[in-house]
Ligand binder design. Structure first.
Ligand code: NAD
Ligand code: TDX
Length: 336
């Protein structure tokens, strides 16, 4: 079994590469990654010598390069994690979000059709459903919730989802889609809420909370997301969308305070800053379908996962300090 994993030098894709090589010693995992600012070769250091792993530096929007790789590898499954993923950057500069997240998805699907790949999985997000009001805790996103996006990022992810579903219907394309809530865990780029707060707190820097900090996100440990995708690519029904989330809603401000407590840092570091434009109020996933159909449920409790994550950042300072200094771009892994 050969699986092409795009975006494997990023946060979730990197965790997925580690997870799959450990769980399936007879699988070959090929990572295709363009190494944008968010890609870090060092995330793959532990698997660099694994003979079942190959790293390919390439862009999913490069049709020729993608076709060449598919011709060489003849993958059984393609899992697409590659994306521009940061909402704030999409507000500053939407263009690259559309190119990578939409056109990149199209190129990958065309390559799958050209080389008869039997299975494609699109890693999407709960952000395609827009947001829920803060005063209606009874409401959740199901797979039937209408697409209703807020940011250029979520609009680009939703566009890709619609294209995947259109390929399924028009061409009988063998795809599945997962829409997961906010992930946290090791190898998370320190621009996102949790790793930014951990790394800033360790440096006694201000902790910038957008608006009043009351916005709610539904947090899932990254390993649980990887396990969900593993189940979907092996047993999920073609043409289906699966929501992934663990009913773990938290206000941003409570997360930031918890990180301060865990690190023994004063809450006076917390600084309220201007709100994000179009800031989604609340995300909350109903994961009933994946639970019933595939038997998935989260294994890591937030109280444990956040401790593991903080511990990882304490023990792997070089990984994130090299990102902050820019040194990570000089990694020589996979350059020969
Ligand atoms: P990330 O930004 O950490 O990693 C993205 C990776 O994709 C990087 O390694 C980058 O180099 C690579 N990449 C970007 N453009 C590329 C291109 N044109 N060609 C090839 N590679 C390219 O992202 P992440 O947080 O790991 O998210 C992975 C996927 O999961 C994304 O599709 C995202 O929309 C989705 N998702 C993320 C979350 C979350 O909480 N982080 C939640 C739900 C869904
Ligand atoms: O400095 C900050 N201060 C702050 O208050 C940052 C970076 C964020 N926030 C807030 C904004 C959000 O309400 O924290 C919340 C989480 O922000 P992000 O970490 O940027 O994540 P979010 O915008 O929720 O999107 C994430 O989850 C869904 C991922 O980045 C997406 O890729 C995924 O699809």
């Amino acid at each position: 079994m050969t699986i092409i994993v795009t975006g494997g030098a990023g946060f979730i894709g990197g965790n997925f590469v580690h997870y799959m090589l450990k769980k399936y010693p007879d699988y070959r995992i090929v990572c295709l990654d363009a190494l944008t600012y968010a890609g870090n070769r060092e995330t793959l250091r532990d698997v660099a010598e694994n003979p079942d792993f190959r790293f390919v530096h390439g862009d999913i929007t490069d049709r020729e390069g993608v076709y060449r790789l598919f011709a060489e590898e003849k993958p059984d499954i393609v899992v697409n994690f590659a994306a521009e993923s940061h909402v704030d950057r999409s507000i500053e500069n939407p263009s690259v979000f559309l190119t990578t997240n939409v056109i990149g998805t199209q190129v990958l699907m065309d390559a799958c059709r050209e080389y008869n790949v039997p299975r494609y999985h699109q890693v999407s997000t709960d952000e395609v459903y827009g947001d829920l009001p803060l005063d209606r805790p009874d409401l959740f996103f199901t797979e039937d919730t209408p697409i209703h996006t807020s940011s250029p990022y979520s609009a680009s992810k939703a566009s890709a989802d619609l294209l995947v579903l259109a390929y399924c219907r028009t061409f009988g394309f063998p795809a599945t889609i997962s829409r997961c809530s906010n992930n946290y865990g090791p190898y998370h780029f320190p621009e996102k809420l949790i790793p930014l707060m951990i790394t800033n707190a360790l440096a006694d820097k201000p902790l910038p909370v957008y608006g009043n900090g009351e916005n709610i996100r539904d947090w899932l440990y990254v390993g649980d997301h990887c396990r969900a995708i593993d189940m979907i690519i092996h047993n999920g029904k073609i043409g289906e969308v699966y929501n992934v989330g663990g009913h773990n809603e938290m206000k941003n401000i409570d997360i930031v305070k918890l990180i301060c407590r865990e690190l023994g840092k004063p809450e006076t570091l917390i600084t309220y800053v201007e709100d994000r434009k179009g800031h989604d109020l609340r995300y909350a996933i109903d994961p009933t379908k994946i639970g019933k159909e595939l038997g998935w449920s989260p294994e890591t409790k937030f109280s444990d996962g956040i401790k593991t994550t903080i511990q990882w950042y304490l023990e792997n300072r070089k990984w994130w300090e090299d990102i902050l200094s820019g040194e990570y771009k000089k990694s020589s892994l996979f350059t020969k």
